[in-house]
Design a protein around this ligand. Structure first.
Ligand SMILES: *[C@@H]1O[C@H](CO)[C@@H](O)[C@H](O)[C@H]1NC(C)=O
Ligand SMILES: *[C@@H]1O[C@H](CO)[C@@H](O)[C@H](O)[C@H]1NC(C)=O
Ligand SMILES: *[C@@H]1O[C@H](CO)[C@@H](O)[C@H](O)[C@H]1NC(C)=O
Length: 208
């Protein structure tokens, strides 16, 4: 029993509040079960939000990068994902799509801001702002959310077959704010990369 518990702890990764400066999550192979779960400090419904993360990958297929969802099994309220050279941002059932270029051998800093009243989305890749769009004005993102990095799109109800390739690469510097548009601060007040509560599952390790 003790060994089983220990084994489970190793498989599931650990749960902690840690300073992750200079560290990356390495999603080292495609796997249905791989994901990192972060616990954002959301205490009331989100009016305005910004999330930034840095992503490095050489194989873009159908990759969920970041989503907010009420629990392990619910559909995401907010979802940022990539299919080949398009980024998708969804809030509930509504979505916007951005075309990018394929390029590898380079980190991408991706930031998304969303305003509750107007629904205006600001989307930046490496500091370049895409044309602004409007997404689901007035939708409330409730406070009981988990933030999930890198899980299969099938788990969000997008595509259904098991064994679908999932994100392979690195993700670091995830920060989130309850403000929009992005303020160019380094660390978020809802997710702060210096003080992160996280759990890893599947083929992911945290590496300094
Ligand atoms: C979470 O946010 C609330 C309100 O902004 C703040 O008072 C609290 O200290 C924060 N908790 C943590 C663990 O960061
Ligand atoms: C949300 O963002 C808009 C645009 O920046 C701002 O006018 C509004 O006051 C913000 N609302 C809250 C509750 O922060
Ligand atoms: C999510 O799933 C993990 C195991 O896969 C479990 O340990 C955790 O308690 C679950 N969290 C919620 C909120 O259901």
């Amino acid at each position: 029993m003790k060994i089983l518990t220990l084994l489970l702890m190793v498989i599931v990764g650990c749960c902690a509040k840690e300073n992750l400066q200079d560290a990356s999550f390495l999603f080292y192979k495609s796997s249905d079960t791989s994901r990192v779960v972060l616990k954002p400090n959301i205490t009331e419904p989100l009016i305005n939000m910004t999330v930034c993360l840095e992503v490095y990958t050489d194989v873009v297929r159908r990759d969920s990068l970041f989503k907010l969802q009420a629990n392990n099994y619910s559909k995401p309220h907010f979802h940022l994902y990539q299919i080949r050279d398009h980024y998708y941002i969804t809030i509930d059932e509504d979505q916007v799509i951005y075309k990018t270029t394929k390029e590898t051998m380079r980190w991408r800093k991706i930031c998304v801001s969303w305003e509750y009243v107007t629904g205006v989305v600001h989307f930046w890749v490496n500091g370049n702002l895409f044309p602004r769009r409007v997404l689901n004005p007035g939708f409330l993102i409730y406070p009981d959310s988990l933030a999930v990095l890198g899980q299969s799109l099938a788990s969000a109800g997008l595509g259904s077959y098991r064994g679908e390739p999932t994100f392979v690469g690195e993700i670091k510097n995830v920060n989130m704010w309850d403000r929009a548009p992005y303020t160019w601060e380094t660390y978020g007040n809802i997710i702060d990369w210096r003080y992160v509560e996280y759990e890893t599952y599947g083929a992911v390790i945290l590496y300094l």
